[in-house]
Write a protein that binds this ligand. Structure first.
Ligand code: ADP
Length: 344
């Protein structure tokens, strides 16, 4: 049951939503600390950060449910500060789906349309179109409790999309689903949002989800956006050691060790750029772990004060997979070293 393609879900074309210098304090807690973010029309941006970094607060500000202490949100030259939530054209999908338990699927999807005063016949056509879009045609009369988690999530999505929002906010919409369903739905959601050309901000603390869903990822920490980029550019050049660590890039050489090697600040070592080379650096094998298709070797060299873990396909090792204590020579190209700056 896939998500279909979506004609007829409109959004304002070609206009970027600008968030500038947005701050929000709760007593002593600085939940948002000068947030700048661009949300282009027709694109999904993932907002990625650990729990408590301010993601939900930013969503509430964008939805108009919360006023910033400072800063602005602009769309098409209009300051949205004093535009009430119901007039912002914002659709929301929440972690717990927040479906209305007393309404059936069709009633849930029609909810925003009733509020907007759509005629019954237009409403019915739109509900049918949305259910077709999310692959739930035929389930119009079901109540939410009789749906699976994945189906509830699709109803919540259909309900948010029905009134043609100019911004779709997704607040950890997949985090209550199990891993396999989550991966499947995040791929489907990415395809659907791409087809719809909808402006969307997808909040998650899961980097895998962020990288599947969005072509732009904004990494947030302690109320600030610390880096924005494509998944590839973030992996290639994380702005500091914290971002590198948060993205799960393991081969971080802390500043102290990096200095021993002649570098000025902490470094990221792109171990995946190592290649077998008889004239390369000599490593000793300290652990061998067989993964599904790859082998992970824990390697030590006299030249460095740390171990590295190197993943390789066995067929790339012409002399076979080495054993514990064996030697292996690898070329470490210059571009395997990426500077993470002096301040972590
Ligand atoms: P996230 O969504 O990234 O988990 P939140 O935006 O929920 O983060 O919270 C950011 C910070 O603001 C946290 O320290 C949180 O405790 C605090 N916070 C959020 N909402 C409120 C509130 N209504 N009152 C007091 N503190 C809050």
């Amino acid at each position: 049951m896939g998500l279909g393609s979506g004609e007829g879900v409109g959004t304002m074309q070609g206009v970027t939503m600008h968030v500038r210098g947005v701050t929000r304090r709760y007593g002593a807690v600085q939940a948002l600390d000068g947030v700048n973010l661009d949300l282009p029309a027709g694109r999904t941006v993932a907002l990625l950060g650990p729990s408590g970094c301010g993601k939900s607060t930013l969503l509430r500000v964008l939805a108009g449910l919360e006023s910033p202490d400072e800063g602005t949100v602009h769309l098409d030259g209009q300051d949205l500060s004093h535009v009430p939530p119901q007039r912002r054209g914002v659709g929301m999908v929440f972690q717990d789906f927040a479906l209305f338990p007393h309404l059936d699927v069709a009633g849930n999807v029609a909810f925003g349309l009733v509020e907007q005063g759509w005629l019954r016949s237009d409403r019915e056509a739109r509900v049918a179109e949305m259910l077709d879009l999310v692959g739930l045609s035929g389930l119009e009369r079901r109540r939410p409790h009789a749906l699976s988690g994945g189906q509830q999530q699709r109803v919540a999505l259909a309900r948010a999309l029905a009134p043609r929002p100019s911004l779709l906010l997704l607040d950890e919409p997949l985090s209550n689903l199990d891993r396999a369903l989550r991966d499947e739905l995040s791929r489907e959601l990415a395809a659907l949002l791409g087809d719809l050309s909808l402006r969307a901000l997808h909040v998650t603390h899961d980097q895998r989800e962020a990288f599947t869903l969005a072509d732009q990822v904004a990494v947030m920490r302690e109320g600030r956006i610390v880096q924005t980029g494509t998944p590839v550019s973030l992996r290639e050049a994380p702005t500091n050691a914290w971002v590198a660590g948060f993205l799960g890039l393991r081969e971080i050489v802390p500043e102290g060790m990096a200095r021993e090697l002649g570098f000025a600040g902490s470094m990221l070592l792109r171990v995946e750029r190592f290649t077998p080379d008889p004239a390369g650096v000599t490593f000793h094998v300290h652990a061998v772990r067989r993964l599904e298709e790859d082998v992970e070797l824990t390697l030590r060299t006299a030249d460095w004060p740390f171990d590295v873990r190197w993943l390789v396909r066995p067929r790339e090792l012409t002399s076979g997979v080495p054993g514990l204590g064996d030697e292996i020579r690898l070329r470490v190209p210059e571009d395997a070293w990426v500077s993470l700056g002096v301040h972590a």
